[in-house]
Ligand binder design. Sequence first.
Ligand code: PMP
Length: 365
Amino acid sequence: MRVLRPLEPGAPGRVLRGGRELLDLSSNDYLGLARDPELARRAGEWAARYGTGARASRLVSGTLTPHRAVEEKVAAWKGTEAAVLFASGWQANAALFPALLKLEPQAAVFADWLVHASIHHGIAAGRTRHTGFRHNDLTNLDQLLDGAEASARIVATESVFSMDGDRADLAAFVTLARRHDALSVVDEAHATGVLGAGGAGLAAGLADKPDIIVGTFSKAMGGFGAYVAASRDVCDYLANAASGFVYTTAPPPPVLGAMDAALDMVPGMDDERAHVQVLAARLRDGLAGLGYDTGASDTQIVPVMIGGEAEALAASAALEEAGVLAVAIRPPTVPEGESRIRFSLSAAHCEADVDRVLEAMAGLR
Ligand code: PMP
């Protein structure tokens, strides 16, 4: 059984554990916004103006003006017709797939093997035929779709994979989906705020976008809650049919205030986005120089493949001893034998921080 060990926030890019400062490469706060004063200020302002709770679920009387305002801002940023908010990314995925499968109970669903647990959960809850396709292997997906005799098909992937830090080829994914008349779903949790023009993610810039884009405010956006961006029809349908939307209280105003402030700031944070990727490249190069394998990482998420679970845990403990917080990722989050240390970089870090991580990693050799 794992123990929940508390932390306190420290200086930017750092945390305190038991009073000791650790360089933090464990969080998803990629732009350093989780403690941004403007997000906190607007959260407070909206709490004062609209209250701390939304009082009801969205369809009852919980839809407040700021819900609609934030949804419109998300849709404009993502370049979709509409957007609908969910309580969290987990809840969005867990609610989305069963809602889609209510329309087409016999649909066949194909998701990349490495998609997030919440997508697996949503598909399983929809009680349909689910076939995983080999990670980022669109030839495999093409073959599976060719062989699928189903009334409808749904394909799902992520734009940036959370444990590998690699990207999907979304343009090819959408083209393939169209060719097979499949509904395409892309989770942009780790790309939102970080990649694409204005940080809108990797799908936003495509001429032909995925049918449904899921994203979260809990990572680079520095807050909490999530969205589905899609056509007006899809969003209206989800608002009426997705259990995890219909039967839960609407997101509270302070959370909406933080979302709103992040949506104002993030499009203009190109320098921070570029900085994070420079740091990630420096970390990958340094790790390669030390003989470590960082897999297919090509983003702010940089795994170091360790292999055994015990070895990954030992590496994480040794890093913490050296003042660096980076967690060991092990089964069932990743397959057996693929345990790793996951470093995630933030705009709050600097080059000297990366060099400190490299020094600590050299010490493990
Ligand atoms: N999708 C992906 C790809 C994720 O990595 C995560 C979070 N780990 C989620 C969804 C869930 O998002 P949230 O934390 O907002 O529930």
